[in-house]
Design a protein around this ligand. Sequence first.
Ligand code: SF4
Ligand code: SF4
Length: 145
Amino acid sequence: MRERFWERFPLEELSHEEWEALCDGCGRCCLVKLQDEDDGRLYFTDLACQYLDHHQCRCTTYADRFERVPDCVRVTARMARNYDWLPASCAYRRLARGQGLADWHPLISGDPESVHRAGISVRDAVVSETAVAEADYEDHVVRWV
Ligand code: SF4
Ligand code: SF4
């Protein structure tokens, strides 16, 4: 990877390896989100995709995630720039909006645990979507810091 690539190149010019390294491993994009039918507002929940490892905050089926979860979404530079369903802490969203990486990001700290210590990740704070009836999803709306 190129030295401090996240400061020197736009998202569109990153290599695959650099792009993957940008993910801070928070797991927040793998949470069920609810949208208000009237005003379109998005709400995060503490319900995780059934394939999220709750402690590592990583997908357990990353290579074939789109086959297993048809509505799993590939993050792109355009999406990070234009849509709000990525959390404000997300590295892709931050860079796309000119905010730079936070000091707890593993690329800055040099430690993959720093995202967990900073309380940004969903580590051990979520339940599987399969453990809750869909009618009760609204009870799981939370505000992540
Ligand atoms: S929200 Fe962004 S940084 Fe966090 S796991 Fe998802 S893609 Fe990676
Ligand atoms: S399939 Fe994997 S990447 Fe997609 S939402 Fe589920 S845990 Fe996240």
